[in-house]
Each structure stands twice: as C-alpha cells, then as structure tokens.
Ligand binder design. Structure first.
Ligand SMILES: [Zn+2]
Length: 300
C-alpha cells in the first residue's frame, strides 16, 4: 500500500516553535476525516480528527483547514468589544438609555454569532457529539443575530410611534423563537428540511422589507430624504450577505481548483469575511439611523 505524502499529515503554519503542531497532532486527508466532516469534497487535506480539549485549544495556534474559519470570526469578536466602547464613548455618549440598550442588544447578538461560529469551527474535531452542539449553536446564533439586528432599526424608525415599536419588536421575537425551535428540533435536522431552514432565515432577513412601506407612510418627505444614507447601507448589507451566501453555497473557488484552497481563501473563509463586512454595514446603518433621529426628533 502506498503511504500518503508526509505533507498531508503535517503542515505547520511556519517552521518554528510555538506555531508548529505538536508531533501527536495529526492532520489527515479527506478520506480519513470523520464522516460528519466530509461536507466539502473540494477540501482535500488538513482535517483534525478526535482531538482532546487541550489539543483542540492548541490548534488555535497551528494551521489546519478550519484555522482561517476560526480566526476570521474570533478576531471580529475581539474587534466588536473595541467597536462597542468606541460607539459608547463617541456618537452614543449623549444617546438616551434606549439608544444605548438597543445598540447593546445588537452588539451582543453579533457577538453571539461570532462566538458560536468560532466555537463550532474550533471544536468540530472533538467528535460527533460536540460537533452537533456546535452546529446547533451556529444555526441558533444566525436567528439571534437577525432578530438582534432589527432592534436598533425598529427603535429609531418607529421612535415616535411606540405602539408600532412594541408590535414589530414582539413580532420579531416571536419569529425568532419559532425559527430557533425549528432549527433546534431533531425532526427538522433531516437533510430534506435544509431548504426550509434556509428559507426561514431568508424570510427573517427580508422581513424588514415589509416594515419599509410602513416607515414610508409614517414619515414626512424631509424625514424620508434623511433616511437615504440608512437605506444605502442596509442595501449594501443585504447585497454583501447575498454575494457571500452565493459563494458559500457554490463552494467557489475550491470547486474550480480542488485541493488548492484547503487552508486559505476557500468559500467558507470568504463567507465569514462577508458576514463580518455585512455586520459592519449594519453598524454604519445604525449610526446613520441615530443621526437621523437626532435631526428629526419626535414633536409630541
Ligand atoms: Zn462558518
């Protein structure tokens, strides 16, 4: 039997010290990866198999095929702490208690997603049970981010109509609970429901479009003109998510060059970067919505 090349098993990030994997940290090819972990046939090498907790944590610091997925979201998670302190000490410093609370809900929802995603990609090598926990955390956190993203927007756009504020926030919370229960239930984990689960996320994401005509009827022409910067950023956010999801679903570029993007710039890494970029567009939209409400305070 032909032995696989040594590079398949051992591929350090750099040739020195701390960043090299310890000798017992095997990286295996696709054929030897866990069955649950063979979702992308175009990633040929760099799989971790049955690592214990210590080795899993150690794998934060040596290269494998999930390393970029872990760090794209872990570094963004750290960045969000700084962004939060920046916002509170600058443009939100004079904001009301609700402005600050709604912003905090959004930041926590984004951090929940980034943490769950980093946790999932880091620990998926610890066996099917941990993998399943990570998958569910990852799915659930998508709903958490979508619901959390609506809070500051509903808060600012319907600030002068508190009844509608409560209505839309209540509706989003109910929708979030429904989607989370579906994504957590064993019944809906079956592959035939994958399209249903994906469409629920899309529906939640597009739900905001249903509020748009309502904002249009409630606002004056000056207020609507002031909302253009917010709309542009929300459109850019949506576009970034759609392009990223397309890259994720089509497995570009690794499907064109199988085995050539095992560690860097595979579709999942690009998708993660697009998620972070879309969240930054949302941050910018929240900032402009805050400016807009400051310029157009409620009259009664
Ligand atoms: Zn991911």
């Amino acid at each position: 039997m032909r032995n696989p090349p040594a590079a398949v098993y051992y591929r350090p990030m750099c040739c020195c010290g701390f960043f090299a994997p310890p000798p017992h940290a095997r990286l295996v090819p696709l054929e030897e990866a866990e069955p649950y972990n063979r979702g992308n046939p175009y990633i040929h090498t760099g799989y971790r198999v049955r690592y214990d907790l210590k080795l899993t944590l150690r794998s934060l610091l040596f290269l494998h095929n999930e390393w970029a997925n872990v760090w794209t979201h872990l570094s963004a998670l750290i960045g969000f702490f700084f962004l939060m302190f920046y916002a509170y000490s600058t443009w939100l410093a004079d904001g009301t208690f609700s402005d600050k609370a709604m912003f905090l809900i959004w930041v926590i929802s984004a951090q929940t997603l980034l943490f769950s995603s980093s946790f999932f990609h880091l620990t998926e090598c610890m066996g099917p049970k941990v993998w399943l926990i990570g998958v569910r955390m990852d799915y659930t956190s998508i709903s958490v981010l979508i619901v959390g993203s609506y809070f500051p927007m509903i808060h600012y756009l319907f600030a002068c109509h508190s009844g509608w504020q409560y209505f839309y926030i209540g509706l989003m919370l109910a929708l979030g609970v429904l989607v989370i229960s579906i994504s957590m239930s064993n019944y809906f984990q079956k592959p035939e429901f994958q399209a249903l689960r994906a469409s629920l996320y899309v529906f939640m994401g597009l739900f905001g479009a249903l509020c748009a005509p309502h904002v249009y009827f409630l606002s004056s022409s000056e207020e609507l003109a002031g909302l253009v910067p917010v709309c542009i950023r929300l459109a850019l956010m949506g576009g970034t998510y759609i392009v990223g999801a397309y890259i994720y679903a089509t497995k570009i570029p690794e499907k064109w060059f199988p085995g050539k993007f095992d560690y860097w710039w595979h579709s999942h890494m690009i998708w993660h970067i697009f998620v972070v970029a879309a969240t930054m567009w949302h941050y910018s939209a929240v900032y402009h919505a805050h400016e807009w409400r400051t310029n157009f305070p409620c009259t009664s």
